[in-house]
Each structure stands twice: as structure tokens, then as C-alpha cells.
Design a protein around this ligand. Structure first.
Ligand code: NDP
Length: 509
């Protein structure tokens, strides 16, 4: 590994480097004097690095730095801010291979998917760079003569960005890029499982030319660093992605300060397979959606709702494909499925196997994979349960691992009912060759994303991304919609009549 700006010293006992916080344009140690380790989930003996265990005092310093940087940054013309985002996107592209390898080592997703994760970061950087020249408001006619009416967007202030580990580069970029182009400054707290990915992202932000204090990084626990960001009276908006329970906790804490909170939370995504579907295509889409990123995507499919006449044929195809999946370190290009993020995830996924056996029938998998090279990693075999009922626990609760439930139904109406019978609403898909059924699904599925003849994953950065129900609180990331999280609207009226004109009064007959 090459030495970086963030890396200060090598531990005397191992080769694992120690990284620092980034506050006011400087790499600094935490006030705590403590560090924590980030481990390679494919081989826990491999320590990726040691990271600062940040504190509330570190957050206060980062918020102060963000506050000091805010006046100049928001006064910088938006197209100029956008130019720095362009440079950042170009740097991500230039360093894509290095970043992808670091991501696979720290988070575990296979290298092709790590490339995709960074590509999402590049895409959002360029999209948001362009917003520097758009960021459109409205100009509308006034109800009074000689009067101009328009609206503009302005930054909210300091954005607190709290992110999960599963898209350790894409998700921070999805949040930080719109926050910056709209003129906010940022305090960023990444997941404690992927602090190296976050550090690499922020190093390149410094190189791209964001002025000191515009982006600040504080690693450390959710309870300490995350809470301090949420509680800070000077942080005006929180953008959070993670578990529904954490999101609710954050929303409650932020509510008493009337702080804006954008939440992207859990999911229980389903794919409907109709009897007229191309079953080979459906099986390919399901395997990619269920077992890609080891089932740890927010958009991963964990339920397949299938019309009874084709259950057997579909299951045969799924089992055949799942049996061929190769587990291992994602740095090996022949590997299909990497490890789960940590031992706690391994335990959680394992705990659903007994539940699944009681509720359905185990078709394949159902255990941790520990043979040979897998012994030191958090590997779990791709698992399929058949004969699951819509309200069974394995069809209702977010497992966040490679576990798929097959839910047989009689017809389209019962498929829709099963699909919508969940507290979540992120992504859904239907495989059908009937155009009418496809259009009904687009209308009837209660999710923020709907795919036709494709799996539940594959969102592109120029459309809004987010979920219904308990998957979120109505905000959206990506697309123009992302700007709403980080801006206040200001409506402006300019009267050039030279006399007092009273709206709603002087224009009445
Ligand atoms: P968590 O909720 O455990 O953690 C997310 C982030 O919140 C981490 O940075 C964590 O820090 C931090 N955090 C934890 N507790 C607090 C707290 N009390 N106050 C403030 N911050 C806190 O989620 P995971 O990282 O495990 O991510 C997996 C979840 O994310 C799944 O439910 C998945 O569905 C969801 N997700 C949703 C997406 C969507 O778009 N809807 C996209 C991707 C994932 P630390 O790591 O230090 O604990």
C-alpha cells in the first residue's frame, strides 16, 4: 500500500497504518487518543488500518471548521463550485482501480462491483457538477402588473453526512456532491466498518481543491460521533443511510431541533415472476439481485413472488445458477460472491436459517462457508427457501445477506398484495412478457423504484433514488430531487411599478 497524506505512522507490531481525521484542511489525531481497527472481511487476519476513535470534541472542531468555511464557499459562484466537482469526478476516474481494490479489501464486494460502486461516485460527481450551472428555480408571472416573481435555491448551512458500509464510496458521494455544489459545507462520519474507503475519498477531495473546512471527516462510533453530529445545533441538515431503527433514533433526536433529516433505510425488496415470463432471464436477474454484494445491497431482492404454475421451473433454474456461484475474496476476478461485512452479520444471517427451516423448505445453502481459504472470512453460502408465505418472518424482516425466499401465489392480484405487504418500499421488479401486466405493475407496486424485466438493483444517478414507507421519510437522493435535501427555497418578488401594490387586494375587481 502506498503512503498517503492521511497516514501518519506504522504500528510497531504490524504493518497496518494509522489514519487521521480531516478537519479544517489538516489531517489530525482524535482528541480521544484512541484508534480502532478495520479488518478485511474475506480474511480477518488482514488489518486494513487503524482509525481515529473520534469524539464529540472532534465533531465540535469539525463543525467549527465547516462554519468558518461556509461564508466563502456559499459566496463562490455555483458554476465555480461545480468545476471542483468536475475535477473530483476526474480524480475518482483516474484512481478507480486503486480505489476499487481498497474497497474490496475493506468491504468485501467483488472487484467488478467495487468498480461499479466507484462509477456511481463518478457519475454523481459529474451530474452534480453540472447542477452548478443549472440549479434551476422558477420565474413565474405575478398577479400584479410591473412585478416580477421568482424562486431560487440557497444552501442550508452545514450538512451532517452519516453513511453505511455497503456502498462505502457511492453513498458518501451521493450525499456529499449535492451538498457541496449547492454551497453547503460538510461534516462526514462514515461507517466504522469502512473508514479506509472514506479516508481515500476525502484525500481526493482535498486534492480536487475543495477549500479547507468545506469537507471534514470524523471517524468513530455512531453512538459518539454520529450522535454528536445529530445533536449539534450548528448542523442544519442530516443525511443518513442505514438501518430503519438507527434512522428512527436519529429522526427523534433531530426533531427537537427542527432539523431537516433525509433518511434512506432498510428494505425487503421483491421480484414478481409471472407465468408468461422468460424464466431464464428472470433467473439471471434474481441471482444477480439476491446474491450480488452477498445480498447486502439496500436494493437486494430477498423475496421472489412467483405464479404457482412456474414455481418448479423457476426454482430449478435458480438452484442450478446458485450452485455455480464461487465464494471467496472479491479480489479474485473469478469469484462471484464475497464475504459478509463482519462476524455480527454472519451471526444475524445464521439466526434466520432456523427461522426459515420452520417456515419454508431449505433448497440450497443455509450455513456459513468455512472450507479452505474461506475459514478466516465471514462467508455464508447462497441460500434459497421455497414454500414461504408472504407474512412469514423470513419474507418480512430485513436479513441483509444471501438469503432468498420463494413465495408462491395464485395470480397477479395476490402477487401485488404479497409484494406490498411489507413495512418497507425501496425496490421491486416484475418479469412478464405481457405489456399490460407490466404497466399495471408500474402503477401498483408501492416502492420508490420499479424495474420491468430486470432485477431490483441498477439505479442510475440521474433519477430520484429512495423508498416509500419505512424505507425513508420522503426525501430522495440523486437526480434533481437530491438538491431539495440541501437547499432552502427563497421566493423573491420585485415590484417595479413605483407604487404600493397589495397582493390579493389591489387586483380584485
Ligand atoms: P447502521 O444503521 O448500523 O449504520 C449506519 C451509519 O449510522 C453508520 O455510520 C453508523 O456508525 C451510524 N450510526 C449508528 N448508530 C448511530 C447513532 N445512534 N447516531 C448516529 N449515527 C449512528 O446501518 P449499516 O451501516 O449496517 O447499513 C446497513 C443498512 O443500511 C441496511 O438496513 C440497509 O438496508 C440500509 N441501506 C439503505 C439504503 C437506502 O438507500 N435505502 C442504501 C444502503 C443501505 P457505526 O458504523 O460507527 O455504527
Amino acid at each position: 500500500m502506498v503512503d498517503t497524506a492521511a497516514q501518519t505512522a506504522r504500528s510497531a507490531t504490524t504493518a497496518a497504518p494509522t489514519f487521521q481525521l480531516f478537519i479544517a484542511g489538516e489531517w489530525v489525531d482524535s482528541d480521544s487518543g484512541k484508534t480502532f481497527e478495520s479488518l478485511n472481511p474475506a480474511d480477518r487476519r488482514d488489518v486494513v488500518g487503524r482509525f481515529q476513535a473520534g469524539t464529540a470534541a472532534d465533531v465540535a472542531m469539525a463543525v467549527k471548521a465547516a462554519e468558518m468555511a461556509l461564508p466563502r464557499w456559499k459566496a463562490t459562484p455555483a458554476p465555480k463550485r461545480g468545476e471542483i466537482l468536475y475535477r473530483y469526478g476526474a480524480l475518482l476516474a483516474e484512481h478507480k482501480e486503486r480505489l476499487a481494490r481498497a474497497m474490496t479489501r475493506e468491504m468485501g464486494k467483488v472487484i467488478a462491483e467495487a468498480h461499479g460502486d466507484i462509477q456511481e461516485g463518478i457519475d454523481i460527481a459529474f451530474l452534480m457538477a453540472g447542477e452548478g450551472r443549472r440549479m434551476a428555480g422558477e420565474t413565474v408571472p405575478s398577479e400584479l402588473p410591473d412585478k416580477w416573481a421568482m424562486s431560487i435555491r440557497q444552501p442550508i448551512g452545514i450538512a451532517g453526512i452519516i453513511t453505511p458500509w455497503n456502498f462505502p464510496m457511492a453513498i458518501p458521494c451521493w450525499k456529499i456532491m449535492p451538498a457541496l455544489v449547492t454551497g453547503n459545507t460538510v461534516v462526514f462520519k462514515p461507517a466504522s466498518d469502512t473508514p479506509h474507503c472514506a479516508t481515500l475519498l476525502v484525500e481526493l477531495m482535498a486534492e480536487a481543491g475543495f477549500p479547507p473546512g468545506v469537507v471534514n471527516l470524523v471517524t468513530g462510533s455512531g453512538g459518539e460521533v454520529g450522535d454528536a453530529i445529530v445533536e449539534s445545533p450548528d448542523v442544519s441538515v442530516i443525511s443518513f443511510t442505514g438501518h430503519t431503527a438507527t434512522g428512527k433514533h436519529i429522526a427523534e433526536r433531530a426533531a427537537h431541533r427542527l432539523k431537516r433529516v433525509s433518511l434512506e433505510l432498510g428494505g425487503k425488496n421483491a421480484i414478481v415472476v409471472m407465468r408468461d415470463a422468460d424464466l431464464d432471464l428472470a433467473a439471471d436477474g434474481i441471482v444477480w439481485s439476491a446474491f450480488g454484494t452477498t445480498g447486502q445491497r439496500c436494493t437486494a431482492a430477498s423475496r421472489v413472488i412467483v405464479e404457482r404454475p412456474v414455481v418448479g421451473q423457476l426454482l430449478e433454474r435458480l438452484e442450478a445458477r446458485a450452485r455455480k456461484l464461487k465464494l471467496g475474496s472479491g479480489l479474485d476476478e473469478s469469484v462471484d460472491v464475497g464475504p459478509l461485512i463482519n462476524p455480527a452479520a454472519l451471526e444475524k444471517v445464521g439466526s434466520y436459517i432456523e427461522i426459515g427451516r420452520a417456515e419454508g423448505e431449505l433448497v440450497i445453502g443455509g450455513a456459513a462457508a468455512t472450507a479452505g481459504d474461506l475459514a478466516n472470512g465471514n462467508f455464508f453460502a447462497p441460500t434459497i427457501f421455497s414454500g414461504v408465505e408472504p407474512m412469514d418472518r423470513i419474507a418480512q424482516e430485513e436479513i441483509f445477506g444471501p438469503v432468498l425466499s420463494i413465495v408462491p401465489v395464485d395470480d397477479y392480484a395476490s402477487a401485488v398484495m404479497a409484494l406490498n405487504q411489507t413495512r418497507y418500499g425501496l425496490s421491486s421488479a416484475i418479469f412478464t412478457t405481457d405489456a399490460n401486466t407490466a404497466f399495471r405493475a408500474m402503477r401498483d407496486f408501492e416502492t420508490g423504484l420499479v424495474y420491468v424485466n430486470a432485477g431490483t438493483t441498477g439505479a442510475e444517478t440521474h433519477l430520484p433514488f429512495g423508498g416509500w414507507k419505512e424505507t425513508g421519510n420522503g426525501h430522495r437522493e440523486a437526480g434533481h430531487a437530491a438538491l431539495d435535501t440541501y437547499t432552502e427555497w427563497k421566493s423573491i418578488y420585485v415590484d417595479f411599478s413605483g407604487r404600493l401594490q397589495r397582493a390579493q387586494i389591489d387586483n380584485q375587481a
